[in-house]
Design a protein around this ligand. Structure first.
Ligand SMILES: [Ca+2]
Ligand SMILES: [Ca+2]
Length: 280
């Protein structure tokens, strides 16, 4: 008998440890697969040589469970990678990143890097994710070429060569990953079989508990204030996706207001209320 009690207790403990996963209809959860396949096909130039064939990469670099898509037309020096993210049910084009047909990802800071080197001139821009868009966080440029004027700039401001080198050696200690040329454009298997780990954040549920309520509105306002002060919301990408309730790629008081009005409606007994109905 004791043994059975122990087994029941263990089973209960296991049940409590199993994470809650939001079950979404298969079609909605997989919409990104259809759209990413369409995008890759539409960008395929049909080139057959190694250096001029269209390839792509998939990686969940913002950490919301659904991968970002990087499409590369070739590995030529001048080739740009097109970068897409999946945001609130849509593929969002983030821009073209330069690096010989690949995109550099700084895994230490979570930033994307676009850089270009030509005849002694170097330009690079760093970008952070914010609500399904990119914001520039850093720019570096220099001229080491034989022809003067030589210059070294951080965020457009002239600095000394040693200061510039010091900054670069700090950046060189980061961990970098290259994306863009992992799979042939004709191979759709990686898109079809990509394992989604944490499907789509529930809109408005910023603290990722069981309800959309005033606590979420508070998190949105704190995130917005933090962003105003530091250019970081302090929220994960999944939380930012949930917090940008009106889908305008900003987290601010407008989003918090929608959550509060919705929560008040639910609180007053409006059982059929949907957050979507309060978005203006
Ligand atoms: Ca919540
Ligand atoms: Ca918003």
């Amino acid at each position: 008998m004791k043994r059975i009690h122990k087994l029941i207790a263990a089973a209960l403990a296991l049940t409590m440890l199993t994470p809650m996963t939001a079950a979404l209809p298969a079609s909605a959860a997989d919409a990104w697969r259809t759209e990413y396949q369409r995008l890759v096909k539409s960008k395929d130039t049909g080139g057959k040589t190694d250096y001029e064939s269209t390839k792509y990469s998939l990686a969940d670099i913002v950490g919301d469970g659904i991968p970002e898509l990087m499409i590369s037309p070739s590995e030529l020096h001048i080739a740009d990678v097109e970068v897409y993210t999946w945001y609130q049910g849509k593929a969002v084009f983030l821009g073209q990143m330069q690096q010989s047909g690949e995109m550099l990802f700084d895994a230490t800071t979570g930033e994307l890097i676009s850089s270009c080197t030509s005849q002694g001139y170097t330009e690079s821009q760093h970008y952070a994710f914010y609500c399904g868009a990119l914001v520039q966080t850093l720019s570096l440029s220099d001229n080491n070429a034989a022809n003067p004027p030589h210059y070294y700039k951080i965020n457009g401001v002239d600095v000394s060569e040693s200061e510039y080198d010091k900054y670069n050696s700090m950046l060189n200690s980061h961990k970098y990953v290259r994306y863009g040329r992992d799979y042939a454009a004709s191979n759709m298997t990686p898109i079809q079989s990509f394992k989604v780990t944490n499907p789509v954040a529930e809109l408005g549920n910023v603290n990722q508990d069981k309800a959309v309520n005033a606590s979420d509105a508070a998190r949105i306002l704190i995130g917005a204030a933090s962003y105003g002060a530091t250019s970081r919301t302090g929220l994960s990408q999944a939380q930012e996706t949930a917090g940008d309730v009106n889908g305008d790629h900003r987290i601010n008081a407008s989003d918090a207001a929608i959550v509060l009005i919705y929560a008040a409606a639910v609180g007053s007994g409006k059982t059929g209320a949907r957050l979507q109905d309060y978005i203006r």
